[in-house]
Every structure is written in structure tokens, then in C-alpha cells.
Design a protein around this ligand. Structure first.
Ligand code: FE2
Ligand code: FE2
Length: 285
């Protein structure tokens, strides 16, 4: 079964990326106008209207028991093949290739860190939420903290939040909102999507990966922070120590969408070995 989801807005719209620099890496992110941008805007409008403290807490309750499905990591990777982006000419191939491409890019650059290779394979598996019937604006796209005023580098910040009820609520609409200065991102409620779901899933199933791996997956779509440079007032020392890892991961997530498709059959035994080492067997999703 093929389920059409739009392009991941995190990948198609990056106003803060220098277009010249992006061109060097290929032209796949040159969407600055036209119908695709309208769709991306519409997704962010829905997201920035409906991602509230209340909504996020409900999603944690709804999915935090991990009773949606039992499957192995490679079954989840194969499931992403049901997610084909029919409107983005750059990803005219099964979504699972992105998982292997990201992993292989990391493997080439960091041959000694086998756990990091696995992060590449795992990082977007939370998108199975789409197959569970969740709308795109609650699965993909950039993330941001709920419970405080959005900061300037959140995409479409000025034009998409006016109908979000939290911003009429004095508890949630100041610079710090419901947080204390430097409380640490682990104590911040992020907008709900594939990052947070996958992080919670890895914890629930006790993946034996290092903390950096959990952290990279949890915050890989938090562009307003890792690329935009905002939300530092919420960060702890630990967050600042982890930031370079998130940025290192991001290079491979963004720039491995190249046409050379990996030979998945050839790669599978290597990644099966990593799965057996760090997150074996049938898991709860
Ligand atoms: Fe992602
Ligand atoms: Fe990704």
C-alpha cells in the first residue's frame, strides 16, 4: 500500500540556508515559490495552530504505551516504503532509501562509530505515525518548544501562530512561558512529531545506544535551535555539549538525498548486525 504524504517540510523549506551553499550540495532544496511552498506553508499553518501544550500531552498519552504495533527495526524500515512522496521530484524513491543513505553517509565519515551508523537508519522511523493515521503536521516538519513564545527562527513564525490558543494564554505566551531559564531541553515539551515519538520508543524498548544517539534522534528536526541559534535560554550545559552531535548528524540527513540509490540487499546484513547488538528482536511501537 502506498500512502501519499507530502514532502517532509523540514527538507523542502529552509529559509535560513544560504542558497549558494545549498546549491553546492545539489539543487534539491531550491523551493522558494510555487505550489510546493504553498503546501509547506499550509502544513506549518496547521502545525503552528494546533500544536499546543494540551495537544502534545495528549499525544504522549496516546502513543506512550507503545501498543500500536509489534515489529522489528527492519520491518519498520520496510514499512516506510509505503511512504512515497508523490509531489517532490527529489524523493521519487521509497522513503526507506533515505534511512540507508543517511546511515551509509555517516558510516563513510565515521567508520569507527557503529552506533552512529545505526542512528542514520533509525532517525526517521517515527514516521510510521503517518501509517497509524496521524496527520502530516503532527509527524513531520521542524519542531519547536510548546509552552512558551515561539522564537524568530521558527519557520513562518510571524504568519502562522495567530490562531494558536496557547499564545492567548499568559502561562504559555511569554519568552520563558512555563519554563525556568536554562532548565535543559530534556525538561522542555517539544511539538509532537517523529523525533519525540522515536526517542520515547527507543527508551521504552531500552535501546542500548549511547546518550548522544538518543539525543540526536530526539532533536534532529529542532532547526530553530540547532541551525537557527534560538532557544539558548532554555538550554543546559549538557544541551550545549550535545549540540555538535546534532549538527554533525544533520549534515548527513540533509545532503544524502542523492540519486545513487543504495543496494539495500547488500547492506542489510551489516545493519542487521547493528540491530542485533543495540536493539534486537520484535519491538513495541
Ligand atoms: Fe526526520
Ligand atoms: Fe531524515
Amino acid at each position: 500500500m502506498k500512502v501519499a504524504v507530502g514532502p517532509d517540510p523540514s527538507l523542502v523549506y529552509r529559509p535560513d540556508v544560504d542558497p549558494e551553499a545549498a546549491k553546492d550540495k545539489g539543487s534539491f532544496r531550491n523551493y522558494t515559490s510555487g505550489p510546493l511552498l504553498d503546501r509547506v506553508f499550509a502544513t506549518y499553518k496547521l502545525m503552528h495552530t494546533q500544536q499546543t501544550v494540551d495537544f502534545v500531552r495528549k499525544k504522549h498519552t496516546q502513543f506512550g504505551g507503545f501498543s500500536y504495533k509489534k515489529m522489528t527495526v527492519l520491518e519498520a524500515v520496510a514499512m516506510l516504503d509505503g511512504l512515497v512522496d508523490e509531489s517532490d521530484p527529489d524523493v521519487d524513491f521509497p522513503n526507506s532509501f533515505h534511512a540507508f543513505q543517511t546511515a551509509e553517509g555517516i558510516r563513510k565519515a565515521h567508520p569507527d562509530k557503529d552506533w552512529f551508523h545505526l542512528v542514520g537508519l533509525l532517525h526517521d522511523l517515527g514516521k510510521v505515525l503517518v501509517l497509524a493515521g496521524e496527520p502530516q503536521w503532527a509527524v513531520v516538519g521542524d519542531t519547536f518548544p510548546v509552552g512558551c513564545r515561539p522564537q524568530a527562527s521558527v519557520v513562518f513564525c510571524d504568519s502562522t501562530f495567530q490562531d494558536n490558543p496557547d499564545l492567548q494564554d499568559p502561562r504559555y505566551s511569554t519568552e520563558f512561558g512555563m519554563y525556568q531559564p536554562h532548565c535543559g531541553l530534556e525538561n522542555v515539551l517539544m511539538s509532537w512529531g517523529h523525533d519525540e515519538y522515536m526517542y520515547q520508543m527507543m527508551k521504552f524498548n531500552k535501546f542500548s545506544l549511547p546518550p548522544e544517539a538518543f539525543y540526536m534522534i530526539r532533536f534532529h528536526s529542532f532547526y530553530p535551535w540547532h541551525t537557527g541559534g534560538d532557544y539558548w535560554q532554555l538550554c543546559s550545559e549538557q544541551d550545549l555539549a550535545m549540540l555538535p552531535w546534532v549538527q554533525e548528524f544533520n549534515k548527513f540527513d540533509l545532503y544524502t538525498k542523492c540519486p545513487g540509490l543504495p543496494d539495500v540487499d547488500e547492506l542489510r546484513p551489516y545493519y542487521q548486525g547493528l540491530i542485533d547488538k543495540y536493539c534486537p528482536g520484535v519491538l513495541s511501537w
